[in-house]
Design a protein around this ligand. Sequence first.
Ligand code: BGC
Ligand code: CA
Length: 347
Amino acid sequence: MKIKKIGAAVVVIAMAYWFCACGEAKKPPAEKIYAGIACYNRSDIFVNKLVDCLREGFDGLNSEKCRTAVSVRDAAGSQRTQDDQVKELLDSGCNILCVNLVDRADPSDIIDLARERGVPIIFFNREPVAEDLMQWDRLYYVGADAAQAGAMQGELAADAIQEYRRIDRNKDGKIQYVVLEGEPGHQDTIIRTESAVDALKREGIELEKLGCGIANWSRAQAQNRMLQMLSLHQNKIELVLANNDEMALGALDAYAKLNYTESALPAFFGVDGTDAGLKAVKEGKLFATVYNNKEGQAQAMIKLAKALVTQKRMDMDKIKLEKNKYIYLEYAKVTRGNIWAFLKEEE
Ligand code: BGC
Ligand code: CA
């Protein structure tokens, strides 16, 4: 009796399927994009905003034709945690991964996990070395060119020094400077610093380096490093080059803490154009910054993710990849003169 019932049900389902398959009413199945976003540390101001843009972008794709779901995981600075999180994201059915590595030199476990399941990975912001990206043909990177950010920062500083002679406070014809650096080993740390200094020299600025502090992208750490450098050099520092806005603001905090008068302040330069960074440029506290195009990076990742999941040749052909793997978004110089173009309307 039971077997008969099951048999009848199978026939009904088969007929329904056949009917749909032949009838005009059959719709193509909705595309499903389930993105897993793994982030190195959400307490990082820039990355946090970038991940917000990414999530909003994926949500914005959601339509009847294309269903999207997004899960975000924060590794809080631990690669082991991130490896586990990626496994969990894959187990829950993600069909595309966006990974902001904790340790950019250690992506192998994540690559193996994704490859076993055939899920492509778009790395972002923390660039794996080229050999790792070669491990599989479904690995990509979206970011920005660190050398460009450094060169722009150096050019902005050179312009300021040439225009405002008062920056050379002791009038010795040289600019006494310090550098605040991000994490050692991060592509943006070494290259931004080097190319900023090169650009200044290229523009004919004579430099004297007084010090360098590693502050791991953090405002609080930058304040501490700057306090240490100030105890050594007092009011001799004329220029502060910071690898990001947060650290430039941390340096400013140090001067504020010691009640330096405005005329004794050096010129500060950052990178990113975070909300706080842009505000500081607008108020004249930072001389300038370099905009790190998080909106553009998020959009590029979403387009690429969609093309990879749906595997539509046409969509993939529209995406311009360098060496079949890389997308680098342009940086932009931000000064008080053009800040309006970067501020949100309400500001
Ligand atoms: C940004 C920093 C950020 C870092 C994190 C850099 O590109 O400029 O603000 O902390 O990425 O990886
Ligand atoms: Ca000087």
